[in-house]
Design a binder for this molecule. Structure first.
Ligand code: COA
Length: 329
């Protein structure tokens, strides 16, 4: 029997209509267009409508990915959602809600909570389930309405994040030229306080008690940790697969900060045309940013079957990871 490989069969994404520009933010908080562009690379981000929760963004992306894989919802036998801004606080999972909206009955559906690294974590799980034969077609979704957890008076965080969703179907192939080559995921929980949202059992939201269900971040510290961890990570994943940076067709990193992306790209000696940037138009969409960026490359007609992609992400936890995948669609 030939070996089963996991393959990214398709990609889809959705970005909400409402735009929040740097000029809008200048009116809300003490910041400037110049500072935001220079320090982050962000020009605008999208904001979910009042009636859109994370699963509502995810459902549009998911339907596109299923259709582009040439499948029906009934062909999906597992759903994994990566989100830090799910529909509910811990229960039910956004994956369960989304499975219901997609008409997927009786399939395993669960969330992974790895903040901005969530899509790489979901990809890692999907690869393992498909290659072990425990699932045939796993739908993985990164969906974020993180604007709901922004304090729009805290300029150190609110200028960075935007909303959106991306999805991919991970299925089986016997063709290694379409396979997900490798996924590497890591964490260091001693750094939890660099990036968090309160309201859990450590400091629950109770009436009369001051609380801040907003994202809080030590930006500068996180920046340095991200550059160091990601630089080491991408060098290691290439080396352990005997691949060279020159073989990467698309470097598709999590879009947190243009300067982090450039630093990691430069450490590998990548040229500008290998590096995919969407941060200017969407900001940091957390677990959705990588699939949204893959989708943009796909819709621009630049993603071909077999193209080698290098993905990387860093986020709260702390968590980080990278992946090498040949597009299988
Ligand atoms: N507008 C204007 N000034 C701002 C600002 C804003 N939105 N936010 C911070 N500043 C100010 C600070 O108050 C500080 O002023 P000071 O020098 O007078 O004290 C100055 O800008 C520099 O702040 P600093 O935090 O050192 O900036 P930075 O260059 O590190 O950029 C981030 C801040 C958040 C953009 C950057 O640190 C970052 O991207 N961090 C990592 C994010 C990340 O990867 N997260 C993990 C995945 S989500």
């Amino acid at each position: 029997m030939s070996k089963i490989y996991a393959s990214m069969l398709s990609i889809g994404a959705y970005s909400p209509q409402k735009r929040l520009t740097n000029a809008d933010l200048e009116k809300m908080v003490d910041t400037s267009e110049e500072w935001i562009v220079k320090r982050t690379g962000i020009k605008e981000r999208r904001i979910a409508a009042e009636n859109e929760a994370a699963s509502d963004l995810g459902v549009v992306a998911a339907k596109k990915a299923i259709e582009r894989a040439g499948l029906n919802a009934s062909d999906i036998d597992m759903l994994i959602v990566a989100t830090l801004s799910g529909d509910f606080l811990f229960m039910p999972s956004t994956a369960a809600v989304l499975a219901g909206k997609l008409g997927m009955k009786n399939i395993p559906a669960f969330d992974v909570l790895a903040a901005c690294s969530g899509f790489i974590y979901a990809l890692s799980s999907a690869k393992a389930y498909v290659e072990s034969g425990m699932a045939s077609n796993v739908l993985i979704v990164g969906a974020e309405a993180s604007s709901r957890f922004m304090d729009y008076s805290d300029r150190s965080v609110c200028v960075l994040f935007g909303d959106g969703a991306g999805a991919a179907v991970i299925g089986a192939t016997d063709d290694p030229s379409r396979a997900i080559v490798d996924v590497k995921i890591s964490s260091d929980g001693t750094g939890w306080d660099n990036l968090f949202i309160e309201g859990g059992s450590k400091n629950p939201i109770r009436e009369g008690k001051p609380h801040k269900p907003f994202m809080q971040m030590k930006g500068n510290e996180t920046f340095k940790l991200a550059v160091r961890a990601l630089t080491n990570d991408v060098i290691e994943i290439l080396a352990r697969n005997n691949l060279k940076a020159s073989q990467i067709v698309h470097f598709i990193p999590h879009q947190a900060n243009l300067r982090i992306i450039k630093a990691v790209g430069e450490s590998l000696g990548l040229s500008d045309d290998q590096v995919v940037l969407t941060i200017d138009r969407y900001g940091n969409t957390s677990a959705a940013s990588i699939p949204m960026a893959i989708n943009d490359v796909y819709e621009e007609g630049r993603l071909k079957t077999g193209d080698l992609m290098l993905l990387d992400a860093f986020g709260g936890g702390l968590t980080w990871g990278s992946a090498l995948a040949r597009f299988g669609g």
